[in-house]
Design a protein around this ligand. Structure first.
Ligand code: SF4
Length: 354
């Protein structure tokens, strides 16, 4: 308490704050108190006055184990307890001291904090997957896995993926920096990665010894197996498309080659065109035939002389034949209907008209 109250006098040019541990917020934050004050109030006061704040370890990062499901203290990390702090977080359980040293040296050298990701973690330490740097990666590629603790694969140092290793999903530089002055690290010692640098790792990356969780923190609806199948399918599709394109190009080249060969053969046997002459389509000249004299007709076939035209003959007037006496009344009887003959069939009249 004395050191904190004399900060401005002892370090007038400003200071870097380093926070370790989760910050309880339940019950007024009194699950952790310093000098009778809630830790959460002290953290906000110190971090707001600092040039920059470095949260070390997963508890200060986001609450860690005290902040996991089932916790009683509602513990949170510095980012939530002191939202106005100029923050850089070094997650991990435990945090790697090499990364803390590197962060402080970076600030002393460049007068600024190193570049970070969206969760305030420096990219130089949390920008790559453990899986990509792991010394057992070759066994993963060859399908050589530890299947039980202490089996032949474990003794040969094979991949721990099937024993629950989370290395393919975890961003940290554990594999390259290692711990204890690069003496060893957990996978080298024979235990899979538990994902302790990831957000909410107690809940999101467990259980520690089971295979990959059914869903991934950054893609809740996609499993690692689905990602693998998708990658395999994508590679197969690209390969098939490449093969089809190559075959089509080969086919086209063959057709073009045959056409060129045929054109060359035709050109070899065809007469060469006369240079400078242009073919015309003028119609050919029409020659009239010589008039032919008709042969003399034989004497028996000589035509009779045609008489010279004279005055037109007057036709004789037509005479009307005399009508016979018995036939005079017949036409009249046919011209008009006469009275009904007695005895002829007459239409029967209705009773009322009679
Ligand atoms: S031990 Fe883990 S990190 Fe290493 S290669 Fe296997 S799965 Fe990846």
């Amino acid at each position: 308490m004395a050191a904190r109250s004399s900060l401005d006098e002892r370090i007038p040019d400003g200071y870097l704050a380093v926070v370790e541990g989760a910050i309880p917020t339940a019950d007024g934050g009194m699950a952790c108190a310093i000098g009778g004050r809630p830790f959460k109030d002290v953290v906000r006061e110190v971090c707001d006055g600092a040039i920059a704040t470095i949260a070390v370890g997963s508890c200060a990062f986001d609450g860690g184990a005290p902040g996991a499901n089932g916790g009683r203290t509602d513990a949170v990390g510095v980012a939530e307890a002191a939202p106005n702090a100029h923050l850089i977080s070094l997650s991990g359980c435990p945090m790697n001291v090499e990364n803390l040293t590197a962060t402080i040296v970076h600030y002393l050298t460049f007068k600024e904090l190193p570049a970070t990701d969206g969760r305030h973690r420096p990219l130089f330490a949390y920008g790559g997957l453990i899986h990509n740097e792991c010394e057992r990666r070759a066994h993963f590629e060859f399908g050589e896995f530890v299947l039980a603790w202490g089996d032949e694969g474990a003794q040969k140092g094979w991949c721990l993926y099937k024993m629950g290793c989370k290395g393919p999903e975890v961003f940290a530089n554990c594999a390259s920096v290692q711990y204890a002055s690069a003496t060893s690290w957990n996978i080298k010692a024979g235990h899979g990665c538990i994902g302790c640098t990831m957000p909410d790792f107690w809940d999101s990356m467990g259980p520690a010894h089971a295979r990959l969780p059914a869903t991934l923190p950054f893609a809740p609806t996609v499993t690692a197996d689905q990602i693998g199948l998708g990658l395999v399918g994508g590679v197969a599709a690209v390969t098939a498309a490449h093969g089809a394109a190559t075959y089509a190009r080969e086919l086209r080249n063959r057709v073009v080659g045959r056409r060129r060969a045929a054109t060359a053969a035709i050109a070899a046997v065809a007469p060469a065109p006369v240079e400078g002459r242009v073919a015309t389509l003028e119609p050919p000249e029409v020659v009239s035939p010589e008039p032919v004299e008709p042969p003399p007709a034989p004497a028996s076939m000589e035509a009779e002389p045609v008489p010279a035209p004279g005055p037109a003959a007057t036709p004789e007037p037509m005479t009307t034949p005399e009508a016979e006496p018995g036939l005079e009344a017949a036409p009249a009887a046919l011209e008009e209907p006469g009275p009904s003959r007695p005895g002829a069939d007459a239409p029967e009249q209705p009773e009322s008209s009679r």
